[in-house]
Design a protein around this ligand. Structure first.
Ligand code: GUN
Length: 283
């Protein structure tokens, strides 16, 4: 079994981003809206901020109360859209229940939509069109896969998770005719009937359901490449765990990502990459 260190790969991407940013002539600026008191979101945003600082991206975080109205958030996004010195805008999810995520994602100017969640960018991702912005987590996963010394052409891929942030765009990106395109891509989710029968066929298994320990050893094919996108907190010992029961599954996998230190740092690295891309396109 080989451990895929997303952390190390992300750090080497940061080194090359830092030198590209030094040569850019302007400092890319990312604006983040963090609404409410969701503790994991606060940690993720703090990590994103620290990563921006490491590569020379300016970041501004607006921490707003959960009582904020949708109208007021949309107005703030409009202002950021018009602000020339803001190149990239991110609204951290999840949002309080009275704010509609789709309305927020559609309000961000597509050229500043660093998450790639705007319908225009998501449409380009789905259609395999160039000139859009790929969502950070699927882009991070594809970048991880590119580092592996394996051929994907004859592999059967199974994604567990149907979210708009990971599962759906990742399926579209794997189906595009790139160097990491598998032979087939199946999307399942935590409530899929006979889930284990399907995941057991996977030579590339990507777990993105958000259900801790959903994937046990008996659900994994011998020699599979296992990518764990899940991040949950184990209440018993207060540690972060993934969708995959790591200790058992690592015995079966040829390659596996840890939690933490796998997909998470890659998502952050891709946010930095997309921020630079947004800035370059607005020069
Ligand atoms: N919450 C969990 N993942 C993400 C992400 O990739 N982007 C945003 N904006 N919020 C998230």
């Amino acid at each position: 079994m080989h451990l895929i260190s997303g952390k190390n790969i992300a750090r080497s991407i940061e080194v090359s981003l830092r030198s590209s940013i030094e040569k850019l002539g302007i400092r890319p600026h990312l604006v983040v809206f963090l609404i409410g008191e969701h503790a994991p979101s606060k940690t993720y945003v703090a990590n994103k901020r620290a990563a921006c600082a490491r590569v020379g991206i300016q970041s501004t975080v607006y921490e707003l109360p959960s009582s904020l109205s949708q109208c007021s958030l949309l107005e703030r996004i409009q202002n950021a859209n018009q602000e020339k010195k803001t190149h990239a805008i991110l609204v951290q999810m999840p949002l309080p229940p009275h704010i509609c995520a789709q309305a927020v994602q559609s309000a961000i100017a597509p050229e500043k939509d660093v998450d790639g969640f705007h319908p225009l960018n998501m449409g380009k991702t789905l259609l395999g069109q160039t000139g859009g912005i790929y969502p950070c987590t699927p882009l991070g996963i594809c970048t991880l896969l590119e580092t592996l010394p394996v051929s994907f052409a004859e592999k059967e891929a199974v994604i567990v998770g149907r979210s708009s942030i990971v599962g759906k765009p990742l399926a579209a990106m794997l189906l595009a005719k790139t160097g990491v395109a598998p032979s087939s891509v199946t999307i399942t989710h935590s409530k899929t009937h006979n889930l284990g029968t399907i995941t057991k066929r996977a030579e590339l298994l990507i777990a993105a359901s958000g259900v801790a320990h959903l994937i046990g050893k008996e659900m994994v094919k011998e020699g599979a490449i296992v990518i764990d996108v899940g991040i949950s907190r184990d209440e018993k010992n207060n540690r972060l765990v993934g969708d995959v029961s790591f200790a058992a599954v690592q015995e079966r996998a040829s390659y596996i990502t840890p939690v933490p230190g796998g997909v998470g740092p890659m998502t952050v690295a891709m946010l930095l990459k997309n921020t630079l891309l947004c800035a370059e396109r607005q020069l």
